[in-house]
Design a protein. Structure first.
Ligand code: ADP
Ligand code: MG
Length: 370
C-alpha cells in the first residue's frame, strides 16, 4: 500500500472514456509530475484525486483509505490552480486562513500557521494587501501559501506556473523544488512542460490520450523511454527517430541508414540482443546531444562512431550549435560545441554516441528491450 494509490481508475463523460485504467502509486514525500499534451487527461485525473470530479471506475486511496465518493473537504488535500482562484475582496491574510476558519481552526492556531507560512514564502510584508495589488508571482505565492497553511496529506498543483512570464516561471520552479526539499510533502503536479517535469519530479507519469505511457524517474524516462511518444515528448529538441534496418556484422548488430547522399552507412549498436532482429526494420532513436563534433563526444562512451555527412543548417544557440543533417531521408539534429567549425551544405565529421542509441519496433512503436 502506498501513500496515494490510483488503481485502474477510469473516467467517462457520457459515453466517451477520457481516462483508461490508470495505475499510479505515490509514496509519502514523493514529487510526482503528470505530464502530457493538452487534453490528455491530466487535470481530470488531478480533479479525481481532489474529489472535484467523480471516478467512473477503479479506486483512489489516500493513506489506505478509499476516497471514492468522499467529499473534497474531507480528503485532507490542498490544491493550487493555474488561475490561483484568490478571493479579490479578501486580504492576503484572509485568503490564506479562510480555509482554516471554515474547518473551525481556532484563531491563535490560524495566526500561528499564517505567520509560519508567510515567512517561508517571504510574503509577510504583503499580508494586508488585496490580490489586485499583487504581481503575478506574488499571487502565485499566496495561492501556494493558502495550500500550505492547511498541512494537508497531499498537495495537488495544476499548471501553477503557466500564467507567469518565462523568467519568473524558472524562479518559481526553483522555489517549489526548494519548498519540497525543505518540507518533504507529497506532491502531485500537473504540467504540459516537459522541462518542468524533468526538473521538479522524483517520478514522472507521461500521459497521452488518457493512457499513462510510462511511469518512472526522470532518468529512466529520458534514457529508456517506453515508446516513440515518450521519447519524442520528453527532451528538447526531441529525440531523432530514424528509419533503419538491422545488419549483423561479425556477430554485432548495426543500424543501416542512408546519409545525405543516399550512401549506406552502418552504425554499430551497443545492444547485442538486437542481432536477433537481423534483416528487420527498426526505428533508431538518438538524442541530439549524442550527435556531436569529435571533440565534443562523451569520453566515457565506449561506442563513439565517426560519420561524415553533409550539413543542412547550423543554428548557433549560444552555448552550443544545433546542426541538421539528413539520415534515411529524415532531418536529424545534432548538438555540437559552439566553436566547432561547421558550414551549411558542407561535409562535417560527426561523432555519434551509439551507447546512448535506442531502437523501437516500427509497428508498435514500443522500445525494443529484448
Ligand atoms: N466536463 C467535461 N465534459 C466533457 N469532456 C470533458 C470535460 N472535461 C474534460 N473533458 C475532456 O476530457 C479530456 C481530458 O481533459 P483534461 O483533463 O482537461 O486534459 P489536460 O488537463 O491534460 O489538458 C479532453 O478530451 C477534454 O475535452
Ligand atoms: Mg489541464
Amino acid at each position: 500500500m502506498s501513500f496515494l494509490d490510483i488503481r485502474r481508475a477510469t473516467k467517462s463523460y457520457g459515453t466517451v472514456e477520457v481516462l483508461h485504467s490508470v495505475d499510479i502509486s505515490v509514496e509519502e514525500g514523493e514529487f510526482l509530475v503528470l505530464v502530457g499534451p493538452s487534453g490528455c487527461g491530466k487535470s481530470t485525473l488531478l480533479n479525481m484525486i481532489a474529489g472535484l470530479e467523480s471516478i467512473t471506475g477503479g479506486e483512489i486511496a489516500i493513506k489506505g483509505r478509499t476516497v471514492n465518493g468522499v467529499h473534497p473537504s474531507k480528503r485532507n488535500i490542498a490544491m493550487v490552480f493555474q488561475s490561483y482562484a484568490l478571493y479579490p475582496n479578501m486580504t492576503v491574510a484572509q485568503n490564506m486562513t479562510f480555509g482554516l476558519e471554515m474547518h473551525g481552526v481556532p484563531k491563535a492556531e490560524r495566526d500561528h500557521a499564517l505567520a509560519d507560512v508567510a515567512k517561508l514564502l517571504q510574503i509577510d510584508h504583503l499580508l494586508d494587501r488585496k490580490p489586485g495589488q499583487l504581481s503575478g508571482g506574488q499571487r502565485q505565492r499566496v495561492a501556494m501559501g493558502r495550500a500550505l497553511v492547511r498541512k494537508p496529506d497531499v498537495f495537488l498543483f495544476d499548471e501553477p506556473l503557466s500564467n507567469l512570464d518565462a523568467k519568473l516561471r524558472v524562479d518559481m520552479r526553483t522555489e517549489i523544488k526548494k519548498l519540497h526539499q525543505k518540507l518533504g510533502t507529497t506532491i502531485v503536479y500537473v504540467t504540459h512542460d516537459q522541462i518542468e517535469a524533468m526538473t521538479l519530479s522524483t517520478r514522472i507519469a507521461v500521459m497521452n490520450k488518457g493512457h499513462v505511457q510510462q511511469l518512472g524517474t526522470p532518468r529512466e524516462i529520458y534514457d529508456r523511454p517506453a515508446n516513440v511518444f515518450v521519447a519524442t515528448f520528453m527532451g528538447s529538441p526531441a529525440m531523432n527517430i530514424i528509419p533503419a534496418s538491422v545488419v549483423v556484422k561479425d556477430g554485432c548488430p548495426n543500424a543501416r541508414v542512408a546519409d545525405a547522399d543516399g550512401v549506406e552507412r552502418l552504425l554499430p549498436f551497443s545492444q547485442p540482443n538486437l542481432a536477433g532482429r537481423e534483416g528487420r526494420e527498426i526505428l533508431l532513436g538518438i538524442r541530439p546531444e549524442a550527435i556531436t563534433d569529435p571533440e565534443g563526444a562523451d569520453r566515457k562512451s565506449s561506442n563513439i562512431v565517426a560519420m561524415s555527412n553533409r550539413v543542412g543548417v547550423a543554428e548557433p544557440a549560444g552555448s552550443d550549435t544545433f546542426v541538421t543533417m539528413t539520415l534515411s531521408g529524415r532531418d536529424v539534429i545534432g548538438r555540437i560545441r559552439a566553436d566547432a567549425n561547421v558550414t551549411s551544405g558542407e561535409p562535417f565529421s560527426f561523432a555519434i554516441n551509439m551507447e546512448k542509441a535506442v531502437a523501437f519496433d516500427p509497428k508498435t512503436e514500443e522500445r525494443i528491450v529484448h
